[in-house]
Write a protein that binds this ligand. Structure first.
Ligand code: C2O
Ligand code: CU
Length: 571
């Protein structure tokens, strides 16, 4: 899609924002199609929603019901996940394939039906099967109720900025090959802003996102990281931004020159434009934060911030000067990441309280990281020392079943589909951030944790150094969690809890576990259903860094998972 088209869509979106009424039901139709797309002078067929990449934004107000009819016109099985939407009482609409539903098959359709309860801000939707989300993704914009305002200056305009990844090859072929050979997948060829790689790539300058602004105004940028495998740094030359929201929860505002956004995360920032017309344009850039071993896409996506001059003669047109470039943190700058994430705090005021669980019913200590699987006989594998790459939580590499976990749970037929003995602690203790053990083989299984309704849960996520310390973008479906603590090295259950922030920790659905460190999260299991938790770096998900929580019904009628919708796809 050309720049003009993109511009049109975003302008329509901006105008649409202002007029929405409250408490409505909003209907959308998502046609899963394929169309040709050209980036970096490579043309290939991409799968998309309504032939757009990014796809159409879902725009609604807090409290609205949304119905999205998804019609699958392609050969691939598809599901859509509404990333970060709490899905209170609507677990059937969550969307991860083989977790809450069987996929929508060719020529079939399914209507996702849910209400946006107690949330306002930016989220994203994306395909949730294999790597289809590489091109099937779009923004979710939840405006405050009509009579409510933002807890910050009213922006002059709102602009979604969606980061993605472009592969010259078909991403489905890329992951299929990697899973077959056991090696690491080929990395992407470009990052994109709203689908556009920008001028720093070969054959790409015509595909540049341009943000035209007026001086002296406040813009709300709705940042979304929909990249498959890369945490990203973002910065706008000669401008600072004020972070006001993360994962559709308001935060204490703070200003920064650069920021980190990991896959699955969203962040609203205010951009105040300069009071007068500057005699130049400014690049906004993103490049990866990378801590692992192996290769990664180390390229830079750029868009342009341009002050739009009136055509009248009072403002001589811009001299052709090169644009200002931002200075991004170094690609391995864990120091920047630590400092940045420490600044994210919940508002925690009377209107927007931080309901941090103060008591914990069940504690879990989960290692997250890479590992290996044996190479099948008579084949050669390209993973470490001739093995296949794997990834795990507590050494369990999660195998997706062939029917959906939620269906098995609801019908009381979990036998042979999943077990509920997911280990609460690492099965083998070792120095998780020291020299790795000799045996790095994972166990393949479909194990879950079963939780009684309203259990207060604490999970310490511990990165391991098996095949290299690496930051993991951990995402939990169905809940927000509070990040009550984090640190480097091994978590110390005697000393570290004393340092937990139980007052104003940030509340999110996706969080980067520090490379070679740990993060402690808490959530209240107040939502019956089966909820996926996984690394949002898709390659790690594909390798098995995923598990599921089965949250049982509560005693009251409104604490029970209702029966499945009649059009729920069959496997
Ligand atoms: Cu955004 Cu399970 O994913
Ligand atoms: Cu990961």
């Amino acid at each position: 899609m050309g720049f003009q088209n993109q511009l049109f869509i975003f302008c329509t979106l901006l105008l649409g924002f202002l007029k929405l009424a409250d408490g409505k039901t909003r209907h959308y139709t998502f046609n899963i199609d394929s169309h040709n797309m050209t980036r970096l002078c490579h043309t290939r067929s991409v799968l998309s929603v309504n032939k757009q990449v990014p796809g159409p934004p879902l725009v609604a107000r807090e409290g609205d019901r949304v119905l999205i009819k998804v019609k699958n016109h392609v050969a691939n099985n598809v599901t859509i996940h509404w990333h970060g939407v709490r899905q209170l009482g609507t677990g059937w609409a969550d969307g991860p394939a083989y977790v809450t539903q069987c996929p929508i098959q060719t020529n079939q359709s399914f209507t996702y039906n849910f209400t946006l309860t107690g949330q306002r801000g930016t989220l994203l939707w994306h395909a949730h099967i294999s790597w289809l989300r590489s091109s099937i993704y779009g923004p979710i914009i939840i405006l405050p109720r009509r009579n409510e305002s933002y807890p910050f200056e009213k922006p002059y305009k709102e602009v979604p900025i969606m980061f993605g990844e472009w592969f010259n090859a078909d991403p489905e072929a890329v992951i299929a090959e990697a899973l077959q050979t056991g090696g690491g997948p080929n990395v992407s060829d470009a990052y994109t802003i709203n689908g556009l790689p920008g001028p720093l790539y070969n054959c790409s300058s015509k595909d540049t996102f341009k943000l035209k602004v007026k001086p002296g105004k406040t813009y709300l940028l709705r940042l979304i990281n929909a990249a498959l495998n890369d945490e990203l740094f973002f910065s706008i030359a000669n401008h600072t931004v004020t972070v006001v929201e993360a994962d559709a929860v308001y935060v204490k505002p703070f200003s920064t020159d650069s920021l980190l956004i990991t896959p699955g995360q969203t962040m609203n920032v205010l951009l105040k434009t300069k009071p007068d017309f500057p005699n130049s344009t400014f690049l906004m850039e993103a490049w990866p934060y990378f801590t692992g071993l192996g290769t990664f896409d180390n390229s830079t996506v750029a868009g342009i911030l341009e002050y739009q001059r009136p055509t009248s003669s009072n403002y001589p047109s811009l001299k052709k000067l090169p644009p200002y470039k931002p200075t991004l943190p170094l690609m391995n700058s864990t120091a920047f990441v630590t400092n940045f994430t420490r600044q994210l705090r919940s508002l925690a005021n009377a209107k927007f309280p931080a309901n941090v669980p103060q008591k914990v019913d069940r504690k879990f200590y989960f290692t997250v990281g890479l590992g290996t699987m044996p190479c099948p006989k008579n084949t050669t594998c390209q993973g470490p020392n001739g093995t296949k790459f794997a990834a795990s939580i507590n050494n369990m590499s999660f195998v997706l079943p062939s029917i959906a976990l939620l269906q098995a749970h609801f019908s009381g037929q979990s036998n042979g589909v999943y077990t509920t003995d997911f280990p609460a602690n690492p099965p083998v203790q070792f120095n998780y951030t020291g020299t790795p053990p000799n045996n790095t083989m994972v166990t393949n299984a479909t194990k879950t944790v079963q939780l009684a309704y309203n259990t207060s849960v604490e999970v310490v996520l511990q990165d391991t150094t098996i095949l290299g310390a690496e930051s993991h973008s951990l995402h939990l479906h169905g809940f927000n969690f509070f990040i009550v603590g984090q640190g480097f090295g091994n978590y110390d259950s005697n000393k570290d809890p004393a340092k937990f922030n139980l007052v104003d920790p940030v509340e999110r659905n996706t969080f980067g576990v520090p490379a070679g460190g740990w993060a402690a999260i808490r959530f209240l299991a107040d939502n019956p259903g089966v909820w996926f938790m996984h690394c949002h770096l898709d390659v790690h998900t594909s390798w098995g860094l995923r598990m599921a929580w089965v949250v049982l019904d509560g005693p009251q009628p409104n604490q029970k998972l209702p029966p499945p919708p009649s059009d729920l796809p069959k496997c």
